[in-house]
Design a protein around this ligand. Structure first.
Ligand SMILES: C[S@@+](CC[C@H](N)C(=O)[O-])C[C@H]1O[C@@H](n2cnc3c(N)ncnc32)[C@H](O)[C@@H]1O
Length: 490
């Protein structure tokens, strides 16, 4: 948390779908007696009861809360899910991310033929739910090939297509926006366009297909500014001149990007493609439900820039890292990934795949070149708090100090600075102290104040007890906080 809170541009997760067939384990640290009862229970076919969805939601809720904190203001979270929990997940995300931050529920065709085992409808897609933190910036996606074929015209800037300047669709009549109805003049001899009326010029007005007066898409000011982008052409069917905008495929060296659609379809999105890809890396099947790296790459491509951080906390076989590395290789980016995996294959499958992808895999003709890049591998330490929200004192004192500093200041702890024994640091004129001894009670009294060497406007001091008089504390701007630990043992 301290380092990555609010910094992740793209979160992709692919949690268990709660199909009733899979053996995901609910083993979180929660206090409610009912939830405690569920701990460690495997939700499989046997667990099909009224609480099946409750359990899944209880598993997801704290995780999504935490992911929301990691998300950057301009970031977005993408969640794969099928119809077992889609509706529940949507409602939960409305609550956590805010209903206004819902972006889309994409239909991703992952099995084009459809699942013939299904009872009534052969399911061919799953869902991808997208929410933003609030100020999402999308990069869009590359133009699909079938679209780029439309860019048949070419001038010295590059390939382009014609887009009519006349507005189409609703609110396109003169009475809707009278100021957007005006004549454009064309000099056929010099092939130039202007807004000035002259006898020898051809007058062109925006006309709807039924002959009524329409409007242009641009006002006069924009038109004058962008006049070079316009072209006049005779429309054969009407035998009349009309005005067109030159819509370029690449302009100023920047590739045209478009908004992704709400329906993703293509062999690169299929479940089969993910399975085959992973098989090639390990030479055998090692994981049941890997996504295809092209699918996640499509997500990363539209939601990140070259230095973004991408997080996947249900990492599975590590496809997300694979996608990020591929994309970095393609566009020379420096995106970073954080993967989290709770199962014991985190090292042997998740991390191993990422290693092979960076170094290259396969043999002879099937050899796939490495993407380059590197990563660190960590195992989580002990939880900081026990079930009663007391400090877990098995945890290293330095880690506890790091946490206290972060929870107070929301900034990363700098353990390298040489401080007095109990001092944590200074932030905005407040000096923070954590008077803590693993094996004895500590007291904030006049003796303890002797320790304070760093001057500040205010002092925030943690200890087990406080014996300083209230008036003295108020006068010297001292705030006392009790260390959250079980002191009955002393
Ligand atoms: C469907 S897989 C993700 C597959 C991944 N997208 C890929 O392409 O390989 C779901 C992952 O969530 C993990 N998982 C299951 N239950 C979990 C829980 N309660 N908390 C966190 N992760 C869990 C599983 O270990 C599994 O690796």
């Amino acid at each position: 948390m301290p380092e990555y809170e609010g910094k992740v541009k793209c979160i992709y997760i692919d949690p268990p779908y709660n199909t009733g067939n899979e053996g995901w384990v609910y083993n979180d640290n929660v206090n409610h007696p009912k939830i405690k009862k569920w701990l460690g229970q495997v939700v499989g076919k046997d667990g099909e009861d009224l609480t099946r969805h409750d359990k899944w939601l209880c598993m997801m809720y704290p995780r999504l809360q935490l992911l929301h904190k990691f998300l950057a203001d301009d970031g977005a979270i993408f969640i794969s899910i099928d119809d077992n929990e889609q509706a529940n997940l949507k409602l939960m995300c409305d609550e956590i991310f805010g209903i206004r931050n819902f972006i889309s529920n994409i239909a991703v065709v992952n099995n084009f033929k459809g699942r013939s085992d299904d009872k009534y409808i052969a399911t061919a897609h799953e869902n991808l739910i997208i929410y933003q933190k609030g100020k999402f910036i999308t990069e869009g996606v590359s133009l699909p090939e079938e679209y780029s074929k439309e860019y048949k015209l070419e001038d010295k800037i590059g390939k382009y297509r014609h887009l009519g300047l006349r507005k189409r669709g609703s609110n396109a009549r003169q009475i809707d926006r009278p100021n957007l109805f005006y004549p454009i003049y064309y000099n056929e001899l010099t092939n130039t366009i202007s807004l000035e009326k002259k006898d020898e010029l051809i007058e062109i007005l925006p006309k709807l297909s039924n002959g009524e007066s329409g409007i242009w898409r641009w006002g006069k000011e924009t038109l004058l500014k962008r006049i070079d982008e316009l072209e006049i052409k005779i429309v054969k069917t009407r035998n009349e001149f009309d005005v067109f905008q030159k819509d370029y495929l690449n302009k100023d060296g920047i590739e045209k990007r478009i908004k992704p659609k709400s329906f993703w379809h293509g062999s690169e999105f299929s479940a089969e493609s993910g399975t085959l890809e992973l098989k090639k890396i390990f030479s055998k099947k090692v994981f049941e439900t890997p996504k295809s790296s092209d699918f996640i790459e499509y997500i990363v491509q539209q939601s990140t820039t070259k230095n973004s951080i991408i997080l996947d906390s249900f990492a599975g076989s590590g496809t997300t890292a694979h996608s990020v590395l591929n994309l970095n290789k393609q566009d020379g980016g420096h995106r970073k990934f954080i993967l989290v995996e709770m199962e014991d294959y985190a090292n042997t499958i998740t991390a191993e795949r990422v290693k092979r992808v960076t170094k290259g895999f396969g043999k002879d003709t099937k050899k796939v070149e490495g993407t380059g890049g590197a990563f660190d591998y960590y195992e989580l330490g002990l939880p900081l708090f026990d079930a009663d929200q007391n400090l877990n004192e098995q945890v290293d004192t330095e880690k506890i100090r790091e946490y206290i500093w972060f929870s107070e200041t929301r900034t990363a702890y700098n353990s390298k600075i040489d401080l007095n024994k109990y001092e944590l640091g200074v932030k905005e004129d407040t000096v923070y102290y954590f008077i803590y001894e693993k094996n004895k009670l500590t007291t904030l009294d006049f003796d303890a104040l002797e320790l304070i060497k760093t001057k500040g406007e205010q002092y925030l001091i943690y200890a087990d007890n406080c014996l300083l008089p209230k008036e003295f504390m108020a006068k010297n701007n001292i705030i006392f906080k009790k260390i959250p630990r079980d002191i009955t043992k002393f």
